[in-house]
Design a protein around this ligand. Structure first.
Ligand code: B12
Length: 303
């Protein structure tokens, strides 16, 4: 993730912190004033300067508020360090802490690089039907992992170690699902600059398990590539993810290009910020298995 989590102290302006955390500048200043969640320094000319720890605290607070926690309580939890469970150095300890604590299993595993422990946690989790794994375990675990990263409780390398292993597992589900001949084709991916793949990848796997010929294009695809790669008539629908608010402009560009090239092609959006493109693409909701079921039903309903 961010180089700034490496421990080096970097000064960030309000604008930079807003870009890094997705918190509007006014809200940043209000959280500081009302809840004291951070105390930024000042530049020589009097502007606020935030260090890396402040950015992590603000990102953790935002994650809590987005999850429904009232801001005052979120600030208290961030200040008291109770946003996630305890972090230990040993992989066994991490696994135990992850398994029992509110920090979650994946966050616990991201404090070390125990391949066997991670493998056995993923084996156990993925033993359930994938439709249950995604919404009941994987997405909540990823949210907790992000919260732990934002609070500085897991190192960047550990977070990459875990998310890469998750990506391999979900890719395996996508690859092994059988698609019948003549199945409707749906193209799934992320717009330019967007790299949070796990939601859309999981969604593509869910579609394949429902017999859809889901073509997964991964992340960071610019608008012109969407137009070239989505050959109009053979494609029944397109799905783009919008995991961060910052992903909305690029996603809008891709959707607008697709709408211009293929009028009438059904366009859908998923991920946390899907509503930011609701005027261009149908928002699929936040429960992946339900969204996959409903999209497949709409494909079969289309003459
Ligand atoms: C893993 C991860 C990464 C990995 C991604 C690896 C990969 N192969 O995907 C890497 C290391 C690349 C990464 C990078 C960054 N990350 Co990151 N990352 C995460 C983490 C832990 C999980 C992401 C994920 O897969 N989420 C899946 C779910 C949980 O996503 P969701 O959007 O909330 O979706 C919900 C629903 O809409 C639904 N859903 C999800 N997808 C879809 C799709 C469809 C079709 C449908 C119907 C539904 C659906 O499921 C969810 C549960 O209901 C999140 C934590 C989090 N809360 O998401 C942080 C997080 C998203 N990252 C964050 C940040 C800040 C970054 C970086 C900017 C860090 C940096 N400075 O470099 C970069 C940006 C990269 C980019 N340009 O896109 C922040 C974003 C804050 C914000 N602004 O919104 C988060 C929230 C962490 C945090 N708590 O602060 N990250």
């Amino acid at each position: 993730m961010a180089a700034s989590t490496s421990g080096a102290t970097v000064g960030h302006s309000v604008r930079q912190v807003a870009a890094l955390t997705g918190i509007p500048p006014d809200t940043l200043r209000a959280w500081e004033r009302r809840y004291g969640v951070v105390t930024p320094g000042r530049s020589a000319s009097g502007y606020r300067v935030y260090d890396d720890a402040a950015v992590r605290r603000l990102a953790a607070m935002r994650a809590l508020v987005e999850a429904g926690c009232p801001p005052r309580e979120a600030a208290q939890r961030v200040s008291s360090g109770t946003t996630v469970g305890p972090v230990t150095d040993s992989a066994d300890g991490a696994r135990a802490a992850g398994a029992r604590g509110p920090g979650g299993e994946l966050a616990g595993l991201a404090t070390g690089v125990d391949v066997a422990a991670l493998g056995s946690v993923l084996d156990a989790a993925f033993a359930a039907p994938f439709e249950e794994v995604v919404d009941d375990w994987l997405m909540p675990e990823l949210e907790r992992l992000g919260e732990a990263w934002a609070a500085g409780r897991v190192p960047v390398g550990g977070e990459h170690f875990v998310s890469a292993a998750v990506q391999r597992r979900v890719s395996g589900v996508l690859e092994t699902a059988q698609v019948p001949p003549g199945a409707p084709r749906v193209v799934v991916g992320l717009a330019g600059g967007c790299r949070h793949e796990l939601g859309v990848l999981s969604f593509a796997a869910l579609l394949r398990r429902r017999g859809v010929d889901a073509i997964y294009l991964a992340g960071d695809l610019p608008p012109e590539s969407w137009v070239v790669t989505v050959p109009g008539p053979s494609v029944a629908a397109v799905v783009l993810g919008v995991p961060m608010a910052e992903d909305a402009p690029a996603t809008r560009e891709a959707l607008a290009a697709l709408a211009a090239a293929y009028p009438g092609l059904p366009l859908h959006a998923g991920g946390r910020h899907q509503d930011a493109v609701a005027d261009l693409a149908h928002p699929l909701g936040h429960h992946l298995a339900t969204a996959a079921r409903e999209l497949v039903a709409s494909l079969h309903a289309t003459p």
